[in-house]
Design a protein around this ligand. Structure first.
Ligand code: PEP
Ligand code: MN
Length: 369
């Protein structure tokens, strides 16, 4: 349930409303938006008569129930105001969100050795990317395939971060590794295969690191948003959703089917920022650029692409990795498309001119959902 207050409501009146609400068995939080102030209520709201709440104050404009199974992830929870996920990197703050420049992220599937990761990071930085991606712990279909270099690869990501100042995105597969991964990652990735690993979701929900939640291989949009709800409900409001292709019946020509329609669908359902990964979405380097451009045209807030200094030698996902030259060309095209749509790609010069949101919403413990 949310309570919509007039924009000019005084702090004392808002505080008084919170006090009054404490009589019911609910947790409340204020979400200050650009147009309205919203108080979110989570808990046993089914038996509350909305008219009783309406009568609490003349500052209350509306009392609305959220009828979706995902509450805090729903667009209604912020009364249509898109959320902003602010990430601190050594080079400055980066904001993911609908009203911000499009963030682009490049890097290899796996961290292979120091030379390749540093070289790729330097290249990514030169293109204006704000983050380097790279797997240390790799979820592989075959137990005999390269599993990632683990902890030593985290050390190499830390080196690349130190040299370039780029933020790091890397995956955590196991709650046992969370602390190690969080010590290097600026954004922690939950991979497609772990989208419904609920203990992992609850655990990352207790950290203060932004979480990149990939869509499961065969997950519906609602299952995906419910997975995000686990993280929000555990207290971490910084979730970015990443569409990376879903299983379809034709796997002869593409590895997955990139669901571009997920972008407008998510927009209508959630306030969370949206990322597209056309590399896993297609599995073939020749299809990555067209899908990256389509994603920008459809309104994605961020694009993540696998890039490798020598894709034919890559230890994982070589066939879908772009060369530096291909990525540079794509970058030019992404710039052009975003301008046509009245947006722009994030550049390194923008990092220190970010206006940080004044308040970060605090969310609720899972027990109260
Ligand atoms: C990855 O990003 O390297 C990865 C394994 O992605 P996904 O979980 O989408 O397959
Ligand atoms: Mn990969």
């Amino acid at each position: 349930m949310i309570i919509v207050l007039k924009k000019d409501s005084s702090a004392t009146e808002i505080e008084r409303i919170h006090q009054e609400l404490s009589r019911w068995n609910v947790t409340t939080t204020t979400i200050p938006g650009k147009q309205k102030i919203v108080i979110g209520l989570v808990g046993d709201t089914a038996n509350i008569d909305t008219r009783q709440i309406q009568a609490l104050s003349s500052s209350i404009e509306q009392v609305l129930r959220i009828n979706k199974p995902f509450k805090q992830a729903s667009q209604e929870f912020r009364y249509g105001e898109p959320s902003e996920v602010v990430v601190s990197t050594p080079n400055g703050f980066v904001v993911f969100g609908q009203n911000h420049p499009i963030v682009h992220i490049a890097g290899p599937c796996s961290v292979e050795n120091e030379e390749m990761i540093v070289q790729t990071a330097q290249f990514a930085k030169a293109t204006g990317a704000s983050f380097l991606r790279g797997g240390a712990y790799k979820p592989r279909t075959s137990p005999y395939a390269f599993q990632g270099h683990g902890e030593s690869a985290l050390g190499l990501l830390a080196t690349a971060r130190e040299i370039t100042g780029l933020g790091i995105i890397t995956e955590v597969m196991d709650t046992a590794d969370l602390e190690k991964v969080a010590s290097v990652a600026d954004i922690i990735q939950i991979g497609a295969r772990n989208m419904q690993n609920f203990s992992l979701l609850k655990q990352v929900g207790t950290t203060n690191k932004p979480i990149l939640l990939k869509r499961g291989l065969s997950a519906t949009i609602e299952e995906w948003l419910m997975a995000a709800e686990y993280i929000l409900a555990a207290g971490n409001p910084n979730v970015i959703l990443c569409e990376r292709g879903i299983r379809s019946f034709d796997q002869q020509y593409t590895r997955n089917t990139l669901d571009i329609s997920a972008i407008p669908v998510l927009r209508s359902l959630t306030h969370l920022p949206i990322m597209i990964d056309p590399s896993h979405g297609t599995g073939r380097s020749e299809y990555v650029s067209p899908m990256a451009l389509a994603a920008i045209a459809a309104g994605a807030d961020s694009i993540m692409i696998e890039v490798h200094p020598n894709p034919t030698e890559a230890l994982s996902d070589g066939p879908q990795s772009l060369t530096f030259e291909q990525y540079e060309k794509l970058m030019q095209q992404m710039n052009n498309i975003s301008k046509v749509l009245g947006r722009c790609m994030q550049t390194s010069e923008m990092l220190n001119s970010v206006h940080l949101p004044k308040f970060a919403p605090t969310l609720f413990p899972i027990a109260s959902i």
